[in-house]
Design a protein around this ligand. Structure first.
Ligand code: IPM
Ligand code: MG
Length: 357
């Protein structure tokens, strides 16, 4: 029997409930496809602050490094809104991304045919469907740049710095081009090169990597403001979008909403190696935590991505994705429930996916 060691970070808010469903589905997939998962639970975010005083305890980093991969729920909540910036739950999330060197964040935005009517876009705009992969740089840029407070003309001021080095851009560009080769072979690099110096270096470097190493892949460039508009005007034009940390944060939320609900979108954060961190792109939704309303599908789909990208269990990953698609016919959580469809809870949604497996 193949065995995998998974570090599990349930986090805060709806984190524990959605992760529980993903684990149920993983175990079911293991029974079916002949593998066994060993889970090690560790703390991240607000729950870690409560227990240990810091959002990212060293034991959590060690547990993730020792594991074959990490599954994460979500972190943060109003309870920790007033802790100092460097100790917020979100700092734990950025910290674990940095500590594990997870520079490439893959955020697929696909529209399940059943959810077309849940998309806020008109059917003629959605057209044949939507299948975009946002490749977001995850350990650089303004998220990790120098920041601080200072006095400017006698007044208090604050600053954050957007900085990218050539190697940081090269490696994320390579991930995007490699992903594109497995898809429609088209990359759109998104920047703000009409204003930002870091974007000009980004654009030149992405272009060079294409010319030198991926001449078979089609590359276009787009300014981020235009991209935000094109995503709702004609999303079908995109295959792979590669962009910086902050632009990727914003554009991936937009792309997710087009696909019906932010509760549907999975993500993989990868370093150079095989192991990665898998998490839904939505947050901890503290307002609905514990009510059973959360949609576990993004976490379940993240678990499928983990099977595919880190564990070499592509068949099980395909089966989970197909099971999600079938489960959507049987019941739906509130965020994606349309008229005539059975409304189910988080746990019931997880059970429907297991049953469909
Ligand atoms: C995301 C989230 C995080 C980010 C927050 C919670 C720090 O929005 O994963 O997209 O900005 O990266
Ligand atoms: Mg975000």
């Amino acid at each position: 029997m193949r065995e995998y060691n998974i570090a599990v970070l349930k986090g805060d808010g709806i984190g524990p409930e959605i992760v529980d469903e993903a684990i149920r589905v993983l175990d079911k997939a293991g029974e079916k496809f002949g593998f066994h998962m060993n889970y090690t639970y560790a703390l991240l975010g607000g729950c870690a602050i409560d227990e240990t005083g810091v959002p990212l305890p060293q034991e959590t980093i060690d547990a993730c490094k020792a594991a074959d991969s990490t599954l994460l729920g979500a972190v943060g909540g109003p309870k920790w809104d007033n802790v100092p910036g460097d100790r917020r739950p979100e700092k734990g999330l950025l910290g674990i991304r940095g500590a594990l060197g997870l520079f490439a964040n893959l955020r697929p935005a696909v529209i399940f045919p059943q959810l077309r009517s849940a998309s806020p876009l008109r059917p003629e705009i959605i057209g044949e469907g939507l299948d975009i992969l946002v490749v977001r740089e995850l350990t650089g840029g303004i998220y990790f740049g120098e920041r601080g407070r200072r006095t400017v003309d006698g007044a208090e001021a604050a600053y954050d710095t957007e900085q990218y080095s050539v190697p940081e851009i090269e490696r994320i560009a390579r991930v995007a081009f490699e992903m594109a080769r497995k898809r429609k072979s088209r990359v759109c690099s998104v920047d703000k090169a009409n204003v930002l110096e870091s974007s000009r270096l980004w654009r030149a470097t992405v272009t060079r990597i294409r010319d030198e190493e991926f001449p078979d892949v089609e590359l276009s460039h787009m300014y981020v403001d235009n991209c935000a508009m094109q995503l709702v005007r004609n999303p079908g034009q995109f295959d792979v979008i590669v962009t910086s940390n902050i632009f990727g944060d914003i554009l991936s939320d937009e792309a997710s909403m087009i696909s019906g609900s932010i509760g549907m979108l999975a993500s993989a954060s990868l370093s150079g190696g095989k192991s990665g961190l898998y998490e839904p792109i939505h947050g901890s939704a503290p307002d609905i935590a514990g009510t059973g309303k959360a949609n576990p599908l993004a976490t379940i789909l993240s678990a499928a991505m983990m099977l595919r990208y880190s564990l070499g269990e592509a068949e099980a990953a395909d089966a989970i994705e197909a099971a999600v698609s079938r489960a959507l016919e049987k019941g739906r959580t509130a965020d994606i429930c349309t008229e005539g469809m059975k409304l189910v809870s988080c746990a019931e949604m997880g059970a429907l996916v297991c049953e469909s497996l």
